[in-house]
Design a binder for this molecule. Structure first.
Ligand code: NAP
Ligand code: ZN
Length: 351
């Protein structure tokens, strides 16, 4: 089906209207009319070729919410009219050990990303949520239980929410744990909300003094301007866990020195340029770890959505028209987003 979308034809070109084709729903497919799509920093990294391997034209978008408009004959979990989400994954092999564990993001035969991932649909790779509709295998579609009026603010949970929820759960964040969240952007603001809801003592690290009050309002118990050594020093050796969401190369030692013995800093930010090598002595003396984590599998993404619905958690958003996308990207690069841009997909009709 012909579908209006927004995408780029090269890494140095702005996004512009393009028409794409969506397959007719197969027996196990769900067709979703997209109402809102969040804007992730990964969209920018991909569309501007900051990471290798982008295919053009590139239509980004993996924080998708909307309503089911058609289902295939074998679909059991969804019906027309249901409110649903689609996150970063639309496929995986379904038979490796990771898929069997519900960790499809670590599929040993390669996950299929919602955009720029391999597919049999022409042109051979996937197009994402900056589009009017998407057709997805029901296994990769999520149920949304938030009230309908919160739908736009639910969209960012599909990536920013699960990418922060999964490591917070994996490293058992909860009462009695001192947890740092570094970088208060799309991911970081969700990290603060979720760690707070899990009962941890949350310290937000920001380079933007202007975000101090917001960080407290999001649920941080303490806020530290990370560029100020005098504010950093008192926290030395005190953290059980630090979630680092920064989208740019930076000095990791400034944060590993804040970990307690056996503490872990988990990196989720994936900057274009590598971080300077960490000081291994800081890790050795204290048996500290630097780890990584990648989005989340389908069962945990549903668990996160249900947790957020139960705790009344959504993202803090600024709605934009699709025509404002390049302006939104430029503001994201200046750390000027409070705290996630979301596209009103109805504006695609004017494209
Ligand atoms: P974002 O909204 O742009 O937020 C990033 C934040 O990092 C900024 O708001 C800023 O916060 C801080 N920051 C930016 N430049 C900095 C610098 N030079 N030094 C220190 N801090 C800086 O981005 P996002 O959408 O949250 O994504 C963050 C990163 O995670 C991106 O690299 C993205 O690709 C990656 N990501 C990874 C996964 C995964 O599965 N691992 C999933 C989604 C996204 P302050 O103003 O508070 O300093
Ligand atoms: Zn993302």
């Amino acid at each position: 089906m012909n579908t209006k979308a927004y995408g780029a034809h090269a890494g140095d070109k702005p996004l512009e209207p393009i028409d794409i084709q969506r397959r007719a729903p197969g027996p196990r497919d769900v067709q979703v009319e997209i109402k809102y799509c969040g804007i992730c920093h990964s969209d920018l990294h991909t569309v501007r070729s900051e990471w290798p391997g982008t295919k053009y034209p590139c239509v980004p978008g993996h924080e998708i919410v909307g309503h089911v408009s058609a289902v295939g004959g074998e679909v059991k979990r969804f019906k027309v009219g249901d409110t649903v989400g689609v996150g970063c994954l639309v496929g995986s092999c379904q038979h490796c050990a990771s898929c069997a564990d519900g960790l499809e993001q670590y599929c040993e035969n390669g996950f299929v990303g919602t955009y720029n991932g391999p597919t049999q649909d022409p042109p051979g790779y996937t197009f994402g949520g900056y589009s009017q509709r998407i057709v997805v295998d029901e296994k990769f579609v999520l149920k949304i239980r938030h009230p309908e009026e919160q739908l736009a603010a639910v969209a960012p949970l599909l990536c920013a929410g699960i990418t922060t929820y999964s490591p917070l759960r994996h490293w058992k964040v909860g009462p009695g744990k001192k947890v740092g969240v570094v970088g208060i952007g799309g991911l970081g603001h969700m990290g603060i909300k979720l760690a707070h809801a899990m009962g941890a003592h949350v310290v937000a690290f920001t380079t933007s003094e202007s975000k101090r009050k917001d960080a407290h309002d999001l649920g941080a118990d303490e806020v530290v301007v990370s560029r100020d050594p005098a504010q950093m020093k008192p926290h030395g050796g005190s953290f059980h866990f630090i979630l680092n969401t920064v989208a740019a190369s930076h000095d990791l030692d400034a944060f590993t020195t804040l970990l307690k013995r056996d503490g872990t800093m988990c990196l989720v930010g994936a900057p274009e340029h590598p971080h300077p090598g960490p000081n291994v002595l800081v890790l050795i003396i204290g048996r500290k770890s630097i780890a990584g984590s990648f989005i989340g599998g389908l069962p945990e993404t549903q668990e996160m959505l249900d947790f957020c619905a139960e705790h009344g958690i959504v993202s803090d958003i600024e709605m934009i028209r699709i025509q404002q996308i390049d302006e939104a990207y430029d503001r994201m690069l200046k750390s000027d987003v409070k705290y996630r841009f979301v596209i009103d997909s109805a504006t695609l009709a004017q494209a």
